[in-house]
Design a binder for this molecule. Structure first.
Ligand SMILES: Cc1cc2nc3c(=O)[nH]c(=O)nc-3n(C[C@H](O)[C@H](O)[C@H](O)COP(=O)(O)OP(=O)(O)OC[C@H]3O[C@@H](n4cnc5c(N)ncnc54)[C@H](O)[C@@H]3O)c2cc1C
Length: 468
Protein backbone atom coordinates (compact mmCIF):
# COMPACT_ATOMS: atom_id res chain seq x y z
CA UNK A 1 0.00 0.00 0.00
CA UNK A 2 1.54 3.37 -1.01
CA UNK A 3 0.96 6.64 0.81
CA UNK A 4 2.89 9.90 1.07
CA UNK A 5 5.94 10.35 3.30
CA UNK A 6 4.81 10.83 6.89
CA UNK A 7 6.28 13.95 8.50
CA UNK A 8 6.58 11.96 11.74
CA UNK A 9 9.33 9.76 10.39
CA UNK A 10 11.31 12.18 8.24
CA UNK A 11 13.53 13.45 11.04
CA UNK A 12 14.00 10.09 12.71
CA UNK A 13 17.30 8.41 13.33
CA UNK A 14 17.89 5.03 11.74
CA UNK A 15 20.83 2.74 12.48
CA UNK A 16 21.96 0.36 9.76
CA UNK A 17 24.22 -2.39 11.10
CA UNK A 18 26.77 -3.35 8.45
CA UNK A 19 28.19 -1.62 5.37
CA UNK A 20 28.09 -4.55 2.93
CA UNK A 21 26.09 -4.19 -0.29
CA UNK A 22 22.82 -4.67 1.54
CA UNK A 23 23.57 -2.12 4.26
CA UNK A 24 24.73 0.42 1.69
CA UNK A 25 21.61 -0.15 -0.40
CA UNK A 26 19.58 0.49 2.75
CA UNK A 27 21.53 3.65 3.58
CA UNK A 28 20.89 5.08 0.13
CA UNK A 29 17.17 4.31 0.11
CA UNK A 30 16.67 5.61 3.66
CA UNK A 31 18.39 8.84 2.75
CA UNK A 32 16.27 9.16 -0.36
CA UNK A 33 13.28 9.11 1.98
CA UNK A 34 14.87 11.89 4.01
CA UNK A 35 15.71 9.82 7.10
CA UNK A 36 18.75 10.45 9.26
CA UNK A 37 21.00 7.41 8.76
CA UNK A 38 24.04 6.09 10.60
CA UNK A 39 25.71 2.98 9.19
CA UNK A 40 27.83 1.24 11.81
CA UNK A 41 30.51 -0.99 10.32
CA UNK A 42 32.97 -3.09 12.30
CA UNK A 43 35.58 -3.31 9.52
CA UNK A 44 37.96 -0.64 8.35
CA UNK A 45 36.18 -0.33 4.99
CA UNK A 46 32.89 -0.80 3.22
CA UNK A 47 32.07 -3.82 1.05
CA UNK A 48 31.39 -6.58 3.57
CA UNK A 49 32.30 -9.95 2.06
CA UNK A 50 34.05 -8.21 -0.82
CA UNK A 51 36.58 -6.61 1.50
CA UNK A 52 39.09 -9.46 1.16
CA UNK A 53 40.84 -10.33 4.41
CA UNK A 54 44.01 -12.45 4.28
CA UNK A 55 43.52 -13.27 7.96
CA UNK A 56 41.44 -16.35 8.79
CA UNK A 57 39.87 -18.22 11.67
CA UNK A 58 41.86 -21.31 10.63
CA UNK A 59 43.36 -21.74 14.10
CA UNK A 60 39.92 -22.44 15.50
CA UNK A 61 37.92 -24.15 12.78
CA UNK A 62 35.14 -25.16 15.13
CA UNK A 63 34.81 -21.80 16.85
CA UNK A 64 32.92 -18.57 16.32
CA UNK A 65 33.80 -16.49 13.30
CA UNK A 66 36.40 -13.85 14.07
CA UNK A 67 37.03 -12.40 10.63
CA UNK A 68 34.06 -11.43 8.48
CA UNK A 69 34.98 -12.13 4.87
CA UNK A 70 34.98 -15.67 3.49
CA UNK A 71 36.34 -14.68 0.09
CA UNK A 72 39.41 -16.57 -1.12
CA UNK A 73 42.22 -14.84 -2.96
CA UNK A 74 41.58 -16.05 -6.52
CA UNK A 75 37.77 -15.85 -6.39
CA UNK A 76 36.00 -14.63 -9.50
CA UNK A 77 32.34 -13.62 -9.39
CA UNK A 78 29.90 -16.37 -10.27
CA UNK A 79 27.27 -13.93 -11.49
CA UNK A 80 27.69 -11.74 -14.58
CA UNK A 81 28.77 -8.13 -13.99
CA UNK A 82 25.74 -6.88 -15.95
CA UNK A 83 23.63 -8.19 -13.05
CA UNK A 84 25.91 -7.14 -10.22
CA UNK A 85 25.21 -3.42 -10.34
CA UNK A 86 22.49 -1.31 -8.74
CA UNK A 87 19.65 -0.49 -11.15
CA UNK A 88 20.86 3.09 -11.77
CA UNK A 89 24.59 2.51 -11.41
CA UNK A 90 25.86 -0.28 -13.71
CA UNK A 91 28.94 -2.24 -12.75
CA UNK A 92 30.92 -1.24 -15.85
CA UNK A 93 34.58 -2.06 -16.33
CA UNK A 94 36.72 0.70 -14.89
CA UNK A 95 38.13 3.25 -17.32
CA UNK A 96 41.29 3.14 -15.21
CA UNK A 97 41.96 -0.51 -16.07
CA UNK A 98 41.34 -3.53 -13.90
CA UNK A 99 39.51 -6.74 -14.77
CA UNK A 100 36.99 -5.98 -17.52
CA UNK A 101 35.71 -9.55 -17.84
CA UNK A 102 32.04 -10.43 -17.39
CA UNK A 103 32.97 -12.48 -14.31
CA UNK A 104 35.78 -10.41 -12.83
CA UNK A 105 37.91 -11.09 -9.77
CA UNK A 106 36.41 -10.06 -6.45
CA UNK A 107 38.49 -6.89 -6.07
CA UNK A 108 36.68 -5.40 -9.05
CA UNK A 109 33.37 -5.54 -7.17
CA UNK A 110 34.95 -3.92 -4.13
CA UNK A 111 36.15 -1.08 -6.37
CA UNK A 112 32.59 -0.74 -7.67
CA UNK A 113 31.09 -0.67 -4.15
CA UNK A 114 33.51 2.08 -3.16
CA UNK A 115 32.59 4.05 -6.31
CA UNK A 116 28.92 3.59 -5.43
CA UNK A 117 29.52 5.10 -1.99
CA UNK A 118 31.40 8.03 -3.50
CA UNK A 119 28.90 8.78 -6.24
CA UNK A 120 25.94 8.69 -3.85
CA UNK A 121 27.79 10.45 -1.04
CA UNK A 122 27.24 7.65 1.44
CA UNK A 123 30.55 7.74 3.28
CA UNK A 124 29.53 10.56 5.55
CA UNK A 125 26.82 8.26 6.97
CA UNK A 126 29.24 5.36 7.53
CA UNK A 127 31.17 4.95 10.78
CA UNK A 128 34.00 2.52 10.12
CA UNK A 129 35.78 0.41 12.77
CA UNK A 130 32.62 0.58 14.85
CA UNK A 131 31.26 -2.75 16.02
CA UNK A 132 27.71 -2.99 17.24
CA UNK A 133 27.85 -5.02 20.42
CA UNK A 134 24.22 -4.76 21.49
CA UNK A 135 20.89 -3.75 20.03
CA UNK A 136 18.01 -3.93 22.48
CA UNK A 137 14.58 -2.40 22.94
CA UNK A 138 14.78 0.95 24.71
CA UNK A 139 12.60 1.44 27.81
CA UNK A 140 8.93 1.84 26.81
CA UNK A 141 7.77 5.37 25.87
CA UNK A 142 4.61 7.05 27.01
CA UNK A 143 3.38 7.35 23.43
CA UNK A 144 3.85 3.59 22.97
CA UNK A 145 6.50 3.97 20.24
CA UNK A 146 9.25 1.40 20.15
CA UNK A 147 12.85 2.64 20.07
CA UNK A 148 16.15 0.81 20.16
CA UNK A 149 19.31 1.26 22.14
CA UNK A 150 22.37 0.58 20.06
CA UNK A 151 25.64 0.00 21.85
CA UNK A 152 28.80 0.16 19.80
CA UNK A 153 32.53 0.06 20.32
CA UNK A 154 35.16 1.70 18.18
CA UNK A 155 38.40 -0.18 17.49
CA UNK A 156 41.09 0.77 19.97
CA UNK A 157 38.71 2.44 22.40
CA UNK A 158 37.70 0.98 25.74
CA UNK A 159 34.44 2.79 26.21
CA UNK A 160 31.23 1.77 24.55
CA UNK A 161 28.83 4.30 23.05
CA UNK A 162 25.11 4.03 23.64
CA UNK A 163 22.60 5.73 21.35
CA UNK A 164 18.86 5.60 20.96
CA UNK A 165 17.53 4.99 17.46
CA UNK A 166 14.01 5.17 16.12
CA UNK A 167 14.70 2.16 13.95
CA UNK A 168 17.41 -0.42 13.33
CA UNK A 169 18.05 -2.19 10.04
CA UNK A 170 20.16 -5.33 10.43
CA UNK A 171 22.41 -5.91 7.41
CA UNK A 172 25.17 -8.08 8.79
CA UNK A 173 25.22 -10.77 6.08
CA UNK A 174 25.16 -14.52 6.52
CA UNK A 175 28.34 -15.91 5.04
CA UNK A 176 30.66 -15.57 8.02
CA UNK A 177 29.62 -18.01 10.68
CA UNK A 178 30.67 -21.52 9.57
CA UNK A 179 28.03 -24.21 9.55
CA UNK A 180 29.79 -27.44 10.45
CA UNK A 181 28.58 -31.00 10.09
CA UNK A 182 28.58 -33.27 13.06
CA UNK A 183 30.95 -36.08 12.15
CA UNK A 184 32.18 -38.64 14.64
CA UNK A 185 35.86 -38.09 15.38
CA UNK A 186 36.02 -34.41 14.34
CA UNK A 187 36.92 -33.43 17.90
CA UNK A 188 39.79 -35.95 18.03
CA UNK A 189 41.21 -35.32 14.55
CA UNK A 190 44.83 -34.23 14.96
CA UNK A 191 45.57 -33.12 11.45
CA UNK A 192 44.38 -29.95 9.79
CA UNK A 193 40.68 -29.22 9.41
CA UNK A 194 39.15 -25.94 8.37
CA UNK A 195 35.94 -24.49 7.05
CA UNK A 196 35.88 -22.83 3.62
CA UNK A 197 35.40 -19.56 5.55
CA UNK A 198 39.10 -19.86 6.41
CA UNK A 199 40.39 -20.89 2.99
CA UNK A 200 42.40 -18.21 1.20
CA UNK A 201 45.24 -19.65 -0.91
CA UNK A 202 46.42 -23.11 -1.96
CA UNK A 203 50.14 -22.76 -1.05
CA UNK A 204 50.01 -24.84 2.12
CA UNK A 205 48.25 -27.77 0.42
CA UNK A 206 51.23 -28.82 -1.77
CA UNK A 207 51.47 -32.59 -2.12
CA UNK A 208 48.65 -33.18 0.37
CA UNK A 209 45.74 -35.57 0.33
CA UNK A 210 42.70 -33.37 0.93
CA UNK A 211 39.12 -34.34 1.68
CA UNK A 212 36.54 -31.66 0.84
CA UNK A 213 33.22 -32.15 2.61
CA UNK A 214 30.40 -30.62 0.56
CA UNK A 215 30.00 -30.58 -3.17
CA UNK A 216 28.21 -27.32 -3.79
CA UNK A 217 29.74 -24.23 -5.36
CA UNK A 218 32.51 -23.47 -2.89
CA UNK A 219 33.40 -27.17 -2.53
CA UNK A 220 33.82 -27.47 -6.28
CA UNK A 221 35.70 -24.18 -6.70
CA UNK A 222 38.12 -24.90 -3.87
CA UNK A 223 38.61 -28.46 -5.18
CA UNK A 224 39.52 -27.04 -8.59
CA UNK A 225 42.12 -24.78 -7.08
CA UNK A 226 43.61 -27.48 -4.84
CA UNK A 227 43.82 -30.01 -7.69
CA UNK A 228 46.70 -28.02 -9.12
CA UNK A 229 48.89 -28.44 -6.03
CA UNK A 230 47.53 -31.35 -3.97
CA UNK A 231 48.41 -34.98 -4.54
CA UNK A 232 44.76 -36.07 -4.31
CA UNK A 233 41.48 -34.30 -3.71
CA UNK A 234 38.49 -36.31 -2.49
CA UNK A 235 35.19 -34.51 -2.88
CA UNK A 236 32.66 -35.91 -0.43
CA UNK A 237 29.05 -35.39 -1.51
CA UNK A 238 25.78 -35.97 0.34
CA UNK A 239 24.50 -38.04 -2.50
CA UNK A 240 27.03 -38.95 -5.16
CA UNK A 241 24.20 -39.46 -7.65
CA UNK A 242 22.43 -36.16 -7.01
CA UNK A 243 25.73 -34.30 -7.00
CA UNK A 244 26.81 -35.80 -10.30
CA UNK A 245 25.67 -32.77 -12.25
CA UNK A 246 27.37 -32.33 -15.59
CA UNK A 247 29.92 -29.96 -14.05
CA UNK A 248 31.06 -32.56 -11.50
CA UNK A 249 31.39 -35.35 -14.03
CA UNK A 250 33.36 -33.07 -16.36
CA UNK A 251 35.71 -32.19 -13.52
CA UNK A 252 36.17 -35.87 -12.67
CA UNK A 253 36.89 -36.81 -16.26
CA UNK A 254 39.51 -34.05 -16.62
CA UNK A 255 41.44 -34.48 -13.39
CA UNK A 256 42.94 -37.82 -12.48
CA UNK A 257 43.67 -36.72 -8.91
CA UNK A 258 40.03 -35.82 -8.16
CA UNK A 259 37.74 -38.47 -6.66
CA UNK A 260 34.05 -38.30 -5.80
CA UNK A 261 33.22 -39.89 -2.46
CA UNK A 262 30.06 -40.44 -0.46
CA UNK A 263 29.48 -38.77 2.92
CA UNK A 264 32.17 -39.01 5.59
CA UNK A 265 31.16 -41.58 8.19
CA UNK A 266 33.89 -40.83 10.72
CA UNK A 267 37.39 -39.45 11.17
CA UNK A 268 40.11 -41.50 12.86
CA UNK A 269 42.90 -40.16 15.01
CA UNK A 270 45.47 -41.84 12.74
CA UNK A 271 44.37 -39.62 9.83
CA UNK A 272 41.98 -42.00 8.15
CA UNK A 273 38.76 -40.55 6.77
CA UNK A 274 36.15 -43.29 6.49
CA UNK A 275 33.28 -42.81 4.03
CA UNK A 276 29.73 -44.16 4.16
CA UNK A 277 30.50 -46.93 1.66
CA UNK A 278 33.32 -48.27 3.90
CA UNK A 279 36.12 -46.89 1.72
CA UNK A 280 38.74 -44.71 3.35
CA UNK A 281 41.72 -42.44 2.63
CA UNK A 282 44.51 -41.17 4.82
CA UNK A 283 44.18 -37.41 4.57
CA UNK A 284 46.31 -34.46 5.59
CA UNK A 285 43.48 -31.93 5.63
CA UNK A 286 39.70 -31.90 5.75
CA UNK A 287 38.01 -28.78 4.34
CA UNK A 288 34.36 -28.31 5.29
CA UNK A 289 32.48 -26.52 2.50
CA UNK A 290 29.23 -26.96 4.36
CA UNK A 291 27.72 -23.50 4.34
CA UNK A 292 27.00 -20.86 6.93
CA UNK A 293 24.71 -20.10 9.84
CA UNK A 294 22.68 -16.97 10.46
CA UNK A 295 23.93 -15.32 13.60
CA UNK A 296 23.04 -12.04 15.32
CA UNK A 297 25.05 -12.13 18.55
CA UNK A 298 24.40 -8.44 19.26
CA UNK A 299 20.63 -8.56 18.96
CA UNK A 300 18.36 -8.80 22.02
CA UNK A 301 14.67 -9.12 21.17
CA UNK A 302 13.37 -10.92 24.26
CA UNK A 303 12.83 -14.01 22.15
CA UNK A 304 10.72 -12.19 19.54
CA UNK A 305 13.18 -13.06 16.77
CA UNK A 306 15.03 -16.36 16.92
CA UNK A 307 17.20 -18.48 14.66
CA UNK A 308 16.12 -22.10 14.43
CA UNK A 309 17.89 -24.46 12.04
CA UNK A 310 18.90 -21.45 9.93
CA UNK A 311 15.36 -20.10 9.74
CA UNK A 312 15.26 -16.54 11.11
CA UNK A 313 11.85 -15.65 12.38
CA UNK A 314 9.18 -14.86 12.44
CA UNK A 315 9.95 -12.47 9.58
CA UNK A 316 7.24 -11.11 7.32
CA UNK A 317 8.52 -11.40 3.75
CA UNK A 318 11.96 -12.20 5.25
CA UNK A 319 12.24 -8.60 6.51
CA UNK A 320 9.93 -7.46 9.32
CA UNK A 321 9.38 -9.27 12.64
CA UNK A 322 5.59 -8.77 13.03
CA UNK A 323 5.64 -7.75 16.69
CA UNK A 324 8.60 -5.36 16.31
CA UNK A 325 7.86 -3.87 12.89
CA UNK A 326 8.61 -1.48 11.43
CA UNK A 327 11.26 -0.26 13.87
CA UNK A 328 13.31 -3.46 13.51
CA UNK A 329 13.99 -4.92 10.08
CA UNK A 330 16.42 -7.27 8.39
CA UNK A 331 17.80 -6.90 4.88
CA UNK A 332 19.85 -9.57 3.11
CA UNK A 333 18.27 -12.58 4.79
CA UNK A 334 17.23 -14.35 1.56
CA UNK A 335 19.84 -16.49 -0.10
CA UNK A 336 20.23 -17.40 -3.77
CA UNK A 337 18.84 -14.07 -4.94
CA UNK A 338 20.20 -11.58 -7.41
CA UNK A 339 22.53 -9.18 -5.76
CA UNK A 340 22.32 -6.16 -5.62
CA UNK A 341 18.94 -5.77 -7.29
CA UNK A 342 17.20 -7.70 -4.56
CA UNK A 343 19.11 -5.68 -1.96
CA UNK A 344 17.67 -2.56 -3.54
CA UNK A 345 14.17 -4.00 -3.41
CA UNK A 346 14.32 -4.85 0.28
CA UNK A 347 16.08 -1.60 1.13
CA UNK A 348 13.49 0.47 -0.73
CA UNK A 349 10.64 -1.34 0.96
CA UNK A 350 12.10 -0.75 4.43
CA UNK A 351 12.74 2.92 3.61
CA UNK A 352 9.21 3.39 2.26
CA UNK A 353 7.70 1.78 5.33
CA UNK A 354 9.83 3.84 7.71
CA UNK A 355 9.05 7.08 5.92
CA UNK A 356 5.35 6.25 6.02
CA UNK A 357 5.08 6.08 2.22
CA UNK A 358 3.91 2.48 2.54
CA UNK A 359 2.13 0.68 5.33
CA UNK A 360 2.44 -2.86 6.59
CA UNK A 361 -0.44 -5.19 7.36
CA UNK A 362 -1.34 -5.58 11.03
CA UNK A 363 1.03 -7.67 13.19
CA UNK A 364 -1.58 -10.46 13.27
CA UNK A 365 -1.84 -10.53 9.48
CA UNK A 366 1.93 -10.51 9.10
CA UNK A 367 2.28 -13.39 11.54
CA UNK A 368 -0.42 -15.32 9.73
CA UNK A 369 1.45 -14.84 6.44
CA UNK A 370 4.66 -16.13 8.03
CA UNK A 371 2.84 -19.15 9.43
CA UNK A 372 1.22 -19.89 6.09
CA UNK A 373 4.62 -19.73 4.39
CA UNK A 374 6.07 -22.14 6.99
CA UNK A 375 3.11 -24.50 6.57
CA UNK A 376 3.43 -24.54 2.79
CA UNK A 377 7.14 -25.27 3.10
CA UNK A 378 6.45 -28.11 5.48
CA UNK A 379 3.77 -29.53 3.19
CA UNK A 380 6.27 -29.45 0.32
CA UNK A 381 8.84 -31.26 2.49
CA UNK A 382 11.25 -28.29 2.40
CA UNK A 383 13.54 -28.29 5.45
CA UNK A 384 13.49 -25.26 7.74
CA UNK A 385 17.06 -24.37 6.86
CA UNK A 386 15.79 -23.52 3.36
CA UNK A 387 13.26 -20.97 4.71
CA UNK A 388 15.06 -18.04 3.08
CA UNK A 389 16.21 -19.81 -0.05
CA UNK A 390 14.67 -18.06 -3.05
CA UNK A 391 16.56 -20.33 -5.45
CA UNK A 392 17.25 -17.76 -8.15
CA UNK A 393 13.54 -17.80 -8.98
CA UNK A 394 13.47 -14.64 -11.08
CA UNK A 395 9.69 -14.49 -11.41
CA UNK A 396 9.32 -14.83 -7.65
CA UNK A 397 11.89 -12.05 -7.13
CA UNK A 398 10.01 -9.82 -9.59
CA UNK A 399 6.71 -10.43 -7.83
CA UNK A 400 8.33 -9.73 -4.48
CA UNK A 401 9.68 -6.38 -5.71
CA UNK A 402 6.37 -5.35 -7.26
CA UNK A 403 4.36 -6.43 -4.25
CA UNK A 404 6.50 -4.81 -1.58
CA UNK A 405 7.64 -1.54 -3.12
CA UNK A 406 6.57 -1.32 -6.75
CA UNK A 407 10.07 -2.13 -7.99
CA UNK A 408 10.24 -2.47 -11.81
CA UNK A 409 10.43 -6.01 -13.18
CA UNK A 410 13.77 -7.19 -14.50
CA UNK A 411 14.28 -6.88 -18.25
CA UNK A 412 13.98 -10.14 -20.19
CA UNK A 413 17.54 -10.02 -21.52
CA UNK A 414 18.88 -9.79 -17.98
CA UNK A 415 16.82 -12.79 -16.94
CA UNK A 416 18.18 -14.67 -19.89
CA UNK A 417 21.80 -13.81 -19.15
CA UNK A 418 21.28 -15.01 -15.59
CA UNK A 419 19.62 -18.23 -16.60
CA UNK A 420 22.29 -19.04 -19.13
CA UNK A 421 24.97 -18.14 -16.61
CA UNK A 422 23.46 -20.54 -14.10
CA UNK A 423 23.04 -23.36 -16.58
CA UNK A 424 26.60 -22.73 -17.81
CA UNK A 425 27.83 -23.12 -14.25
CA UNK A 426 25.94 -26.41 -13.80
CA UNK A 427 27.22 -27.68 -17.11
CA UNK A 428 30.89 -26.79 -16.82
CA UNK A 429 32.14 -24.90 -13.81
CA UNK A 430 35.66 -24.69 -15.29
CA UNK A 431 34.73 -22.88 -18.50
CA UNK A 432 31.42 -21.07 -18.10
CA UNK A 433 33.00 -17.77 -17.06
CA UNK A 434 34.98 -17.35 -20.25
CA UNK A 435 33.34 -19.53 -22.88
CA UNK A 436 29.79 -18.22 -23.13
CA UNK A 437 27.62 -17.52 -26.11
CA UNK A 438 24.94 -14.82 -25.89
CA UNK A 439 21.57 -15.14 -27.59
CA UNK A 440 20.26 -12.37 -29.88
CA UNK A 441 18.01 -11.13 -27.08
CA UNK A 442 20.97 -10.77 -24.73
CA UNK A 443 23.16 -9.15 -27.35
CA UNK A 444 20.50 -6.60 -28.18
CA UNK A 445 19.98 -5.93 -24.49
CA UNK A 446 23.71 -5.43 -24.01
CA UNK A 447 23.82 -2.99 -26.89
CA UNK A 448 20.70 -1.15 -25.80
CA UNK A 449 22.12 -0.61 -22.31
CA UNK A 450 25.51 0.47 -23.61
CA UNK A 451 27.50 -2.64 -22.70
CA UNK A 452 28.62 -3.33 -26.25
CA UNK A 453 28.83 -1.42 -29.48
CA UNK A 454 27.20 -2.05 -32.87
CA UNK A 455 30.00 -4.27 -34.13
CA UNK A 456 29.76 -6.68 -31.19
CA UNK A 457 26.06 -7.31 -31.86
CA UNK A 458 26.79 -8.52 -35.34
CA UNK A 459 29.61 -10.68 -34.09
CA UNK A 460 28.54 -14.32 -33.99
CA UNK A 461 31.68 -15.61 -32.28
CA UNK A 462 31.80 -17.05 -28.82
CA UNK A 463 32.94 -14.41 -26.37
CA UNK A 464 36.19 -14.76 -24.55
CA UNK A 465 35.27 -11.84 -22.36
CA UNK A 466 33.33 -8.61 -22.49
CA UNK A 467 34.97 -5.81 -24.39
CA UNK A 468 36.23 -3.06 -22.14
C1 LIG B 1 32.91 -17.22 -1.13
C2 LIG B 1 31.71 -16.41 -1.54
C3 LIG B 1 31.51 -16.10 -2.87
C4 LIG B 1 30.40 -15.34 -3.26
N1 LIG B 1 30.24 -15.05 -4.58
C5 LIG B 1 29.16 -14.32 -4.97
C6 LIG B 1 28.98 -13.94 -6.34
O1 LIG B 1 29.80 -14.24 -7.19
N2 LIG B 1 27.88 -13.21 -6.66
C7 LIG B 1 26.94 -12.85 -5.72
O2 LIG B 1 25.95 -12.21 -6.07
N3 LIG B 1 27.10 -13.19 -4.43
C8 LIG B 1 28.17 -13.90 -4.03
N4 LIG B 1 28.34 -14.21 -2.70
C9 LIG B 1 27.32 -13.80 -1.75
C10 LIG B 1 27.59 -12.35 -1.36
O3 LIG B 1 28.78 -12.24 -0.63
C11 LIG B 1 26.51 -11.85 -0.54
O4 LIG B 1 25.28 -12.04 -1.20
C12 LIG B 1 26.63 -10.37 -0.26
O5 LIG B 1 27.94 -9.91 -0.20
C13 LIG B 1 25.97 -10.11 1.04
O6 LIG B 1 25.97 -8.75 1.31
P1 LIG B 1 25.51 -8.24 2.73
O7 LIG B 1 25.62 -6.78 2.71
O8 LIG B 1 24.19 -8.86 3.08
O9 LIG B 1 26.53 -8.91 3.76
P2 LIG B 1 28.09 -8.74 3.91
O10 LIG B 1 28.74 -8.47 2.63
O11 LIG B 1 28.51 -9.93 4.67
O12 LIG B 1 28.21 -7.41 4.80
C14 LIG B 1 27.83 -7.39 6.15
C15 LIG B 1 28.61 -6.29 6.84
O13 LIG B 1 28.18 -6.22 8.21
C16 LIG B 1 29.30 -5.98 9.03
N5 LIG B 1 28.99 -6.42 10.38
C17 LIG B 1 28.69 -7.67 10.80
N6 LIG B 1 28.45 -7.67 12.13
C18 LIG B 1 28.61 -6.39 12.55
C19 LIG B 1 28.50 -5.76 13.82
N7 LIG B 1 28.17 -6.44 14.92
N8 LIG B 1 28.74 -4.42 13.90
C20 LIG B 1 29.05 -3.70 12.78
N9 LIG B 1 29.18 -4.26 11.55
C21 LIG B 1 28.95 -5.59 11.44
C22 LIG B 1 30.40 -6.78 8.37
O14 LIG B 1 31.68 -6.36 8.76
C23 LIG B 1 30.10 -6.54 6.89
O15 LIG B 1 30.78 -5.42 6.40
C24 LIG B 1 29.46 -14.94 -2.29
C25 LIG B 1 29.67 -15.25 -0.94
C26 LIG B 1 30.78 -15.96 -0.56
C27 LIG B 1 30.98 -16.28 0.89
Amino acid sequence: MEDKVSPDWSSKKVCVVGAGMWGLAAARELRREGLDVAVLEQSGGVGGQWLYDAATDGGDPLGLAGVHSSIFASLRLNSPREMMGFSDFPFRPSAAGGDARRYPVHGELLRYVRDFCDVFGLMDAVRLNTRVVRVAMAPPRRDGSLKWTGTSKRDGEEVETEEVFDAVVVATGHYSQPRLPSIEGMDRWRRRQLHSHSYRVSDSFHGEVVVIVGCSLSGMEIALELLCVAKEVHLSAKSTEEDMVAATSKMLSRHGNLHLRPQVEHLREDGRVVFDDGSCVVADTVVYCTGYNYSFPFLETEGKVTVDDNGVGPLYEHVFPPSLAPSLSFVGIPSKVILPQFAEVQARWVAHVLSGRRTLPSPEEMLRAVEEHAASMEAAGTPKRRTHDLLLDLEQCDEYGERTCGFPRMEQWKKEILRSSFSGLLDDIETYRDGYRDSDLVRHGLRHDGWTNEKDVGDDEEHASLPA
